[in-house]
Write a protein that binds this ligand. Structure first.
Ligand code: UD1
Length: 367
């Protein structure tokens, strides 16, 4: 069985690592399975791409489409043109896409139009917010996916409500947690940690990159003012995504509480999260990682496609409501953060379940 795996942006790399390692492992035991990794080049910076391959020991991609940045349409179209050529030159039995980035949607469309079966890992999650490009990517991808690998019971329900055949849905758990568990003992204290006088528990980590939070300079400045005012004498460690940096360059924001840094590698970022007081974010995956690490997570969005991080986990949603932010930070500081636990099957063993299912699909003639 020949599988083509697609990865384009930072969160994809974290999801494909355990999948590729497991494919290599079962191939070595004699299973008829091989993979080809296609990097679309959506993320191309060293610290958004290369460092993830190195740290997570992901083998070199077999192809890089080098699509780079652009508008939503330019990027999506560039990936589609490149991936169509790639698939025509290197036919396969199954295309595997992960997550919800532009590469996920673009490549699933191309594969389907070439009549190749598509598997979507992290299928079925929904924010129901069509202002997010990721929600459109999820909906389009799942509209044409053949096999749905899901992280949660809610994702299964979303797919069933949309009319998906239940025999094509496989509840396998959360593959990001495979990567987290495997690497937890390797998390790396970044160099700036001591230089800034940081200690375990005396800082907050923040990541913001959603267009709704970071594209408007006035809004970004108000947000930063409010956060810095609310965190007492704690430090705010803010690894900056390139999109956010562009807006920050336009505003004059200074505070001795703020530690602005380049985007961190996986091992360094998760060291920072594991040892912090709380996280403020608008990312999807970080809501999941904080739930597993038991760290309070304040999400600056009014919805989430990962509701179990709120109902079961350590996450709260506050939209961009500054008063709610103050209230939630007060809970962090007075020790009254809610108790949380782990969602079902977020156990670090998702990749083997997925690969077993691939082999089963092949065996039963469904590929
Ligand atoms: C993408 C994903 C988002 C994911 C995020 C993780 C989509 C629609 N969004 O958003 O779901 O959470 O990645 O980081 O796919 N840039 C660089 N270097 C790079 C890549 C991007 O400087 O290696 C800059 C470019 O100026 C670009 C901007 O960042 O215009 C945005 O990049 P893009 O890939 O379009 O979206 P992200 O915001 O990174």
């Amino acid at each position: 069985m020949k599988i083509t795996i697609v990865a384009g942006a930072r969160p994809n790399f974290i999801k494909i690592a355990p999948l590729i390692h497991e494919i290599i492992r079962v191939k070595e035991t004699g299973a008829d399975i091989s993979y080809r990794l296609v990097h679309t080049g959506q993320h191309y910076n060293h610290n958004l791409s290369d460092i993830f391959f190195k740290e997570l020991e992901i083998p070199e991609p077999h192809a890089n489409l080098e699509v780079g940045s652009g508008t939503q349409a330019e990027q999506t179209a560039g990936i589609m043109i490149g991936f169509e050529k790639e698939l025509l030159q290197h036919p396969c039995d199954l295309v595997v896409v992960v997550g919800d980035v532009n590469s996920t949607m673009a490549c699933s469309i191309v594969a389907k139009k070439l009549n190749i079966k598509v598997a979507h890992v992290e299928a079925g999650i929904r924010s129901f917010d069509l202002a997010m490009p990721e929600e459109i990517n999820r909906m389009v991808t799942d509209a044409i996916t053949d096999y749905f690998f899901t992280t949660s019971a809610v994702a299964n329900q979303n797919l069933l409500k949309a009319g998906t055949n239940e025999h094509n849905i496989f509840f396998v758990g959360n593959i990001m947690i495979d990567t987290l568990r495997k690497n937890e003992s390797r998390f790396k204290r970044p160099q700036f940690f001591d230089a800034h006088g940081l200690q375990e528990g005396n800082y907050i980590v923040m990541t913001l990159h959603r267009p709704s939070n970071v594209d408007d300079p006035v809004h970004l400045k108000n947000l930063l003012d409010a956060i810095v005012e609310s965190i007492h004498d704690y430090h705010l460690v803010f690894p900056i995504h390139p999109r956010t940096q562009k807006t920050l360059d336009k505003i004059n924001f200074k505070s001795d509480r703020l530690i602005l840094i380049e985007p961190l590698s996986y091992l360094e970022f998760n060291y920072m999260v594991k040892n912090c007081k709380a996280v403020i974010t608008d990312s999807g995956g970080i809501q999941e990682e904080t739930t597993v690490l038991g760290i309070p997570c304040i999400t600056m969005r009014s919805n989430t496609e990962r509701p179990e991080t709120v109902t079961v986990g350590s996450n709260v949603l506050i939209g961009n409501n500054i008063e709610l932010l103050r209230q939630q930070l007060a809970h962090v500081f007075d020790g009254s953060w809610k108790k949380s636990s782990l969602p079902e099957l977020w156990d670090g063993a998702t990749a083997p379940r997925i690969v077993q299912q691939f082999l089963q699909l092949e065996k039963s003639g469904r590929l």
